[in-house]
Design a protein around this ligand. Structure first.
Ligand SMILES: [Zn+2]
Ligand SMILES: [Zn+2]
Length: 708
């Protein structure tokens, strides 16, 4: 027997293993799945790496399923693969639950996996290499206080009976989705705090989502005060890149016990996650409006399923989708979530009495001259005489929504958009709130030369001016009127300053947009008025009534937080359609009744939650081009749609058809079955990417759009 030939040393390439890595590739490149690279040794899924991509070096994440071929289709030979440049092994891999969430989000919202995953990392990670990362980690660890003793528990308020029942139900429940339905001031935050405490004590992490950056410092302070010795970090777009990376790293390393943040925080990597809270779950800002148009609320629910942990959705006015899911089958609901109710305000404060003012009763001339209807004016004067504060709410900033020439009818349109330019008196400008186009107000009508051009309608700036002119304090001096809107709070610290002067009692009447309706706690305000609420009711948005109800309830919640004034606090609503059922429900503070009526309408009309929608939008130079592309897309999908029971509606212009000289059109896709819609989109989308598309045309799909 001849001897075996001596073993030939294997070439290094064969020794290396193939790893699948996702990187942020443009969705239209066809490279949206993982790409194959070579690594000298196996890499665990979730490991962050730097890899070559074309001529660039980019950040990537090792993805699951190392054995199968990547997005290229056939398994490439090892020789053709490029090598991983650097393994960022100073970091633990991102957890499996996180990867599953990203997988779900990419496929559900029809975006590239790499795009969604990389956008969910701290942006600063793309800028630094392994050495720099190691240095940051070293600095981070040196800053963390060494193993704190068993954390001292701060004093906690005694829970109300409502709260006790809710907490008991939560402690006995298996992990699931809970709707925490509670009035403003009923103590939802205390439930969040106690549930978080329970999880932290069990060695888990908690994630708390809030709709607005402005609300994070308040809540952060409250959590820190309650959990001394625990690490609470925030995640939102207002942080510096370095701080955002630090907080993100603390979450991933398990060093942060509690992460508090806006919608982006739903992707915080947390290896010991035990609870998710979504406060004000109905708030539209949980929906991302560009890129992957995800709903952080819906992803939180999905994440809780993936991780087998409870999620608490809190609201005084839940979204109708959530309400329907939490309604027992016996009441016509889906019975998927548990419903927990906090029916009483802490301290027994009553909700303000709601007064509806029928604006049809007053002559138009009077309403043009006076800032608000006479009975509301009287009510404001009464407050002034008693030294109490009022909040007047108008969701339209600027002085007047349009300027008009009384001679020839010219109006201050925007040359780039199908919208009016708003008159701002402070700097005498005409500004388009859609494209930003700004000009000084012309001295005379640009059409006919008439010098008499008039503001039409009323924005917060004019309301502030008119109220200051018509209201006097008890001592005869003019009323002190403050204003909070996007114009007055642009400067850093301005919002806080105005809020402080309200709290100090230096403001008699506060005028504001919906900015003031959210979260801010005004102890001394006893009257809240919404002066032009139902402009929203006449929009094409099927969620208009739901939104308005939520906004009015939230605004009402600003009044009478102080028990001393609770009995006399009022909410005033001026409306031209007082017969709308919304106002009757509002007066009874009857959200369930309101929701029942709305859900009945939605059921009949075939709208969410009884139908599932996707919106395809196309932007182009001309309306024709945009609609033509959509028609092409529709034709391509029509057979498939019919076979799956999916309806594609004809393309139409968007509600604001032209913005910044771009024409916009949209097309609604609808199905009674969510899985059918998902199957359709999954098969239809690749074809849309392959359609002949003019260079100047942009298109995008929005699954579960907020407005249609
Ligand atoms: Zn004119
Ligand atoms: Zn414009």
């Amino acid at each position: 027997m001849s001897e075996q030939p001596p073993a030939v040393p294997r070439p290094p390439v064969a020794e290396a293993c193939r790893v699948r890595v996702i990187v942020d590739t443009p969705q239209h490149s066809g490279l949206s799945g993982p790409l194959d690279y070579l690594s000298p040794h196996p890499l665990e899924a979730g490991t962050l790496v730097r890899v070559p991509l074309g001529r660039r070096e980019v950040l990537g994440i090792v993805w699951d399923g190392g054995g199968e071929p990547g997005a290229g289709g056939e398994a490439p030979t090892p020789e053709s693969l490029r090598a991983v440049i650097e393994v960022l092994d100073a970091l633990p891999p991102v957890p499996r639950g996180w990867r599953e969430l990203v997988d779900f989000a990419a496929s559900y919202y029809q975006r590239g996996l790499g795009e969604v995953a990389l956008a969910a990392l701290a942006p600063e990670l793309r800028q630094i290499n392994g050495t720099q990362l190691a240095r940051r980690l070293k600095r981070l660890r040196s800053r963390l206080s060494p193993g704190a003793e068993a954390p001292a528990t701060a004093e906690r308020p005694v829970p109300s009976e409502d709260q006790r029942e809710v907490l008991q139900a939560l402690s006995q429940s298996t992990p699931r989705v809970h709707l925490l339905h509670g009035l403003t001031g009923s103590g939802k935050t205390e439930v969040y705090l106690r549930e978080s405490q329970r999880m932290l004590d069990a060695g888990r992490q908690a994630l708390v989502l809030v709709p607005e950056i402005n609300l994070t410092p308040q809540l952060e302070a409250r959590f820190l005060e309650r959990f001394p010795g625990r690490r609470v970090v925030s995640l939102h777009s207002g942080l510096t890149p370095a701080l955002r990376l630090r907080h993100w790293l603390m979450a991933l390393l398990g060093e942060a016990d509690l992460v508090l943040g806006t919608r982006m925080a739903v992707f915080a990597p947390m290896p010991r996650l035990g609870l998710i809270v979504v406060d004000e779950e109905h708030d539209p800002s949980y929906k991302q409006q560009e890129g992957a148009r995800y709903s952080a609320r819906d992803l939180a629910v999905m994440r809780s399923r993936i991780e087998q942990i409870p999620v608490l959705l809190g609201s005084a006015t839940p979204s109708l989708e959530t309400w329907h899911n939490a309604l027992p089958a016996a009441e016509g609901g889906a019975g998927r979530y548990s419903r927990l109710t906090l029916a009483h305000r802490i301290g027994g404060g009553a909700l303000p009495a709601v007064r509806v003012v029928d604006m049809n009763r007053f002559p138009a001339k009077l309403l043009r001259e006076q800032p608000v209807a006479p009975p509301l004016m009287d009510a404001l004067r009464e407050r002034l005489a008693r030294g109490e504060q009022s909040l007047v709410f108008l969701n339209r900033r600027g002085y007047a929504p349009v300027l008009q020439c009384l001679e020839c009818g010219w109006k201050s349109g925007c040359p780039n958009c199908s919208a009016w330019r708003v008159f701002h008196k402070q700097d005498r400008s005409l500004r388009c709130h859609h494209c930003g186009y700004t000009q000084t107000v012309p001295r005379a009508c640009p059409e006919c030369g008439n010098a008499d051009i008039q503001p039409v309608g009323r924005g917060t700036e004019r309301l502030e001016e008119q109220l200051a002119q018509s209201l006097l304090r008890a001592d005869g001096s003019p009323a002190r009127v403050g204003r909070i809107d996007a114009d007055t709070t642009r400067e850093r610290g301005k919002l806080e300053a105005t809020l402080a002067s309200v709290h100090a009692g230096d403001v008699d009447v506060l005028v504001g947009t919906q900015m003031v309706a959210k979260g801010h706690d005004f102890r001394r305000i006893t009257l809240v008025a919404a002066v032009n609420s139902d402009s929203a009711l006449f929009s094409s948005d099927f969620r208009a009534a739901e939104r308005l109800y939520a906004l009015l309830m939230q605004a009402a919640g600003r009044a009478g937080r102080d028990a001393r004034h609770a009995g006399q606090s009022e909410m005033w609503v001026q409306t031209w359609s007082p017969q709308h059922s919304l106002y009757a429900s509002l007066q009874r503070h009857d959200f369930p009744g309101f929701a029942r009526g709305q859900l009945d309408e939605r059921r009949i009309a075939g709208l969410p939650p009884f139908a599932h929608l996707a919106l395809v939008r196309a932007d182009a130079r001309t309306q024709d081009a945009a609609q033509q592309w959509l028609a092409q897309a529709s034709a391509w999908g029509s057979d498939l749609a019919a076979s799956l029971g999916v309806v594609i509606y004809p393309a139409v212009p968007t509600p604001i058809q032209r913005v910044a000289n771009v024409e916009r059109a949209q097309m609604l896709v609808e199905s009674a079955s969510r899985p059918a819609l998902q199957r359709f989109l999954a098969q239809w989308m690749p074809g849309l990417h392959a359609l002949r598309t003019p260079r100047v045309l942009r298109w995008a799909v929005d699954v579960d759009p907020l407005a249609i």
